[in-house]
Design a protein around this ligand. Structure first.
Ligand code: ZN
Length: 76
């Protein structure tokens, strides 16, 4: 289900949210979920989305709905 969500005042699709987290184009993304955590920077709600930056990689990413904070499950 491709449900759009509001992020920093803009409606975004799952693919667009993946692109915001990744910082570049992504191939595909799963539905956006509300993550069971709060933003460590501002305390607001965090969205979670699984996306494919390319055909061989699947990343779970998190993005605050209110500020620029974002994170992925990639090993740093
Ligand atoms: Zn935040």
């Amino acid at each position: 289900m491709a449900e759009n969500r509001v992020v920093q005042g803009r409606m975004v699709t799952p693919t667009k949210l993946g692109e915001i987290i990744e910082g570049e184009d992504v191939m595909d993304a799963d539905a956006i979920e509300t993550a069971d955590r709060e933003c460590p920077r501002c305390g607001e709600d965090v969205l979670e989305v699984g996306y494919m930056p390319d055909i061989t990689e699947y990343v779970t990413g998190w993005k605050c709905q209110e500020c620029d904070w974002r994170e992925t499950d990639r090993a740093e």
